[in-house]
Ligand binder design. Sequence first.
Ligand code: CAA
Length: 258
Amino acid sequence: MSFENLLFEKQGNIAVITMNRPKALNALNNDTLKELDAALTKIKEDAGIKGAIITGSGKAFVAGADISQMADYTSEQARAYMEAAQEVFNRIELMGKPFIAAVNGYALGGGCELAMACDIRIASDAAVFGQPEINLGIIPGFGGSQRLPRLIGLGLARELIYTGRNVKADEAAALGLANKVVPADTLMDEAMSMMKIIVSKSGIAVRYAKIAINRGADTDIYKALELEKDLISLCFATEDQKEGCHAFLEKRPAVFKS
Ligand code: CAA
């Protein structure tokens, strides 16, 4: 599939997706969602890709769902649109590879929701986050009513969703919505250097950590601790665990295979 609304490149073992639909500030219409889905398939199927960064071109990361596309939707059409987007975002969360959102500008509505489906968010000092759907007479539909409270807590999520107030990068970081804020011109370098550290680790261990954190967050603590025990036990069946532990004992850097 060739892409018209995003750019896809591989830098070594890291994929970079740049949302690129400038006339609508990278808003996620159906075609763009399909392209994002296809880009995720490439990432999933390419064993040479260990992690991925999602960013946007121009002044937006993603300005949300495409308002002109959905303005006259029936309930049924709206449901199909939300379902398609949720399925794409869920793939990011469920894929056994890490994703960093490098949030370069407006991450509003569906854009904030896309960033929240990623494992880590690094914000440029020009980034703006928010769930302004209430201003359109709707609620978040690409996962925001669920992922925002899980990230920043119920009270703050209610405030942002009920008022539709957008927050700049510093406030987003203070709320826990962004992991950190960096100068705009260093955003991609910062995201790349964090991802390089992550992909230098055991890919299997990173995958199990992602599963333990994401699945555990929605499970009662004792079931989640069982899951953690199962997953760490499985780590002990890997060459990477032997290498990591023995490299420590031999006082040398570990070289992981997965
Ligand atoms: N959908 C479709 N088109 C959009 C868009 C969107 N979400 N956001 C921006 N655009 C378009 C504008 O209509 C405009 O197009 P024209 O030049 O043809 O008029 C172009 O992108 C540039 O936008 P602006 O002129 O508005 O740029 P600005 O710099 O003045 O403002 C902005 C930037 C504050 C991000 C403003 O564009 C904005 O508020 N956008 C909408 C943000 C929003 O409400 N997002 C939530 C969408 S609903 C959603 O996402 C629901 C969900 O959970 C599923």
